[in-house]
Write a new protein. Structure first.
Length: 81
């Protein structure tokens, strides 16, 4: 079992070199905000990530990969106009 503090830290480190804040919601879900540290521009905001399946490093890595993929897709859509 991964502690909530370790879970948040692992997620935040997974988005480097971008900055990430990961906070716990009252219902136990997570809010993940990824932003550019120099401009403050928000690249991704997910407000209700359930944690029940995030019980291993592999599951956390999969979540980070999915969110990075979503960010890349959005970036491509913006660039294409």
């Amino acid at each position: 079992m991964i502690s909530p503090l370790e879970l948040r830290h692992t997620i935040e480190c997974g988005f480097l070199p971008l900055s990430c804040t990961c906070t716990s919601n009252p219902d136990g879900s997570l809010m993940i905000k990824v932003f550019d540290p120099s401009s403050g521009q928000v690249e991704l905001l997910v407000t209700a990530v359930t944690t029940e399946h995030l019980t291993s490093n592999r599951a956390i890595a999969n979540l980070i990969r999915e969110l990075r993929s979503e960010m890349a897709s959005r970036s491509t859509m913006i660039a294409d106009g």
